[in-house]
Design a protein around this ligand. Sequence first.
Ligand code: FE2
Ligand code: FE2
Length: 168
Amino acid sequence: MPVKRELIPSDAVPSELILQHCSDILMHPNMQVEASCKQHGTTSVLAHSAAVTAAALIVARDLRIPVDVRALARAALLHDYFLYDWHVGSPENKLHAFTHPYRAARNAMRDHALTKHERFIVRTHMFPMVPVPPTSREAWIVCLVDKAIATHETLKGFARRDARRHTS
Ligand SMILES: [Fe+2]
Ligand SMILES: [Fe+2]
């Protein structure tokens, strides 16, 4: 099926687009698992995924990039749907950076029946750690926005730890 793309209106609100396209995902019980697992610093996987989704929609809206809004929003929200705590020391978790896009895509298929394109966006978001390039514009947006948000969350975590160390 060809991808249907459109410009996101300049007055569109990301949180409203997320509710329009992803309310079933947000209501799923596994979102509680995402809320309880840390991603970067003190940020939960759910907060990280919501931030990536909102930022991806803002990038497409403000740079006037026609996108498949539904695929962009759903795949961004599910891009880290791996559903375990990767900070726990285990042999599998050592490979987390390379393997979690595949785990996320499998879980998302099981719980939310992703389209082929949405699955592709989830699987390629860790490029170049995952050696398959994100060849659609939606996949590139999620891949790049994820790195920017992850860097920001990680640095925020370092800054917090540093501030604690110097005040105690
Ligand atoms: Fe990820
Ligand atoms: Fe991520």
